[in-house]
Design a protein around this ligand. Structure first.
Ligand SMILES: NC(=O)C1=CN([C@@H]2O[C@H](COP(=O)(O)OP(=O)(O)OC[C@H]3O[C@@H](n4cnc5c(N)ncnc54)[C@H](O)[C@@H]3O)[C@@H](O)[C@H]2O)C=CC1
Ligand SMILES: O=C(O)C(=O)Cc1ccc(O)cc1
Length: 288
């Protein structure tokens, strides 16, 4: 019998709950979220077995999953250090950045409570518990950052999520933050920039963005994501994101110069290199 407590029943927290309800082992999923509508919906759907307060859910749990924005996760890690918990509980999170989270977990770990950082590399631009899905993470990479968890605690967590057939990858917090900045955080800034720039430039155009084809829409899909979540990400991975944005600005300047100079071979090389890599990405993803 395992009791799981999930704080934050949004897209990610509720999807984890949906997966855990699939397994045969006797598992009770407790949930807490300030949003009454989602909490009641998830309770009625049987996605969570009971709605609790943060303190009550934490006290009863064998596994605690913090699934709010990163800014909330760091505050809750501090709060957990002062709450009564089961001695064998393992605490984990799903936040998109890991350095601040691992640092915030130190006081908890000093009290002898096991913590393990986590980050599923799947999701969507949609938000909230109603948008969660049981198959949201199917086959995705799930980063784990070693904290103070014991092997059996890690294995328990992995068993709870077995139906999703995740690809578990252990990584250091710093390497994680650099990597996800490159493949997720900076692309997010660029997608929002594409939208904001286009709308400003086209404000007097009667057709404007309405003429956008699939390319613009797929390149900018993630710009529809929740601004609170993404602000927390920017503020907790600032160094990697700003340094990589400098590289993007340099690359944009280089291609702008080539276009202005009519440098056909350089322009062609730029797109050819991108085409080769992007096609390869589809092949490796399809192979899993
Ligand atoms: N959206 C995505 O695709 C992915 C998000 N993440 C990370 O997962 C976390 C959650 O993101 P989403 O589920 O997408 O966001 P979401 O906005 O769908 O859900 C967040 C939930 O946290 C709740 N919340 C806010 N303050 C709270 C508090 N004090 N106590 C308890 N709950 C609280 C909100 O009411 C909301 O239901 C974030 O840290 C994000 O960086 C990780 C992977 C993918
Ligand atoms: O919407 C998408 O495709 C995403 O890439 C979602 C996402 C958002 C944040 C993460 O930390 C990981 C994945």
């Amino acid at each position: 019998m395992t009791t799981v407590f999930i704080s934050g029943l949004g897209l990610i927290g509720s999807s984890l709950a949906r997966i855990m309800q699939q397994i045969d082992t006797d598992t009770t999923v407790l949930g807490a979220d300030p949003n009454d509508d989602t909490s009641q919906f998830l309770l009625a759907q049987g996605v969570i077995d009971a709605r609790t307060t943060f303190a009550e859910g934490s006290a009863k749990a064998d596994v605690i999953i913090l699934a709010g924005p990163v800014s909330v996760i760091t505050k809750q890690l501090a709060a957990l250090a002062d709450l009564p918990l089961k001695p064998n509980v393992v605490v984990t999170d799903v936040g998109s950045t890991k350095r601040q989270v691992m640092a915030a977990a130190k006081p908890l770990q000093k009290k002898g409570i096991a913590f393990m950082g986590g980050h599923p590399m799947a999701g969507s631009h949609e938000t909230g518990g109603r948008a969660g899905r049981v198959n949201l993470f199917d086959g995705a990479v799930y980063f784990l950052v070693d904290g103070s968890q014991r092997l059996e605690q890690r294995q328990l967590f992995q068993r709870l999520l077995a139906p999703a057939q995740l690809r578990w990858v252990t990584i250091e917090a710093e390497q994680h933050n650099q990597l996800v900045s490159q493949i997720s955080h900076v692309p997010h800034v660029l997608a929002a920039t594409l939208i904001n720039t286009a709308v400003a430039e086209l404000k007097n155009d009667p057709v404007g963005l309405k003429a956008a084809a699939g390319g613009f829409k797929s390149t900018t899909r993630i710009a529809a994501s929740d601004p609170t979540m993404w602000t927390a990400i920017m503020l907790s991975n600032t160094e990697a994101i700003t340094s990589q944005l400098d590289d993007y600005i340099a690359t944009l300047t280089k291609i702008k110069t080539a276009i202005a100079a009519g440098d056909e071979p350089q322009i062609h090389d730029f797109f050819e290199q991108a085409q080769r890599t992007r096609q390869q990405l589809d092949r490796t993803t399809e192979e899993g």
